[in-house]
Design a protein around this ligand. Structure first.
Ligand SMILES: [Zn+2]
Length: 105
């Protein structure tokens, strides 16, 4: 598993601490949880908001979806408004990577 320079994108060996191309400090991507808050393509049900939140925080996607549905009715739709806001505010996964995010059903 290689790491990539955050500045220039050069592929580096996993043990690298500095980029051999531009000299930038290499920060190793954090493991799960710690994924960026995005709306993944794979495994989404509606807009990927629940899935993105679950993956970014290490939550169980099933629990997130149940709480979203329950919360929608308990809050008279406020959760629905928040969902739409998150739909707009959370960037969509720019690159569909089949297999990168296996649906956790
Ligand atoms: Zn670099």
């Amino acid at each position: 598993m290689a790491v990539f320079c955050n500045r220039c994108g050069t592929g580096l060996p996993p043990s690298a601490r500095f980029c051999s191309n531009c000299g930038a400090v290499v920060t190793v991507a954090a493991a799960v949880p710690g994924r960026p808050l995005i709306r993944p393509h794979v495994g989404r049900q509606i807009a990927g908001v629940c899935l993105g939140l679950a993956q970014a925080n290490g939550w169980d996607i099933t629990v997130v979806r149940i709480l979203t549905v329950v919360g929608f009715f308990l809050t008279s739709g406020i959760v629905g408004v928040a969902y739409v806001a998150a739909w707009i505010g959370i960037p969509e996964d720019p690159v569909p990577l089949p297999g990168a995010y296996p649906p956790s059903i």
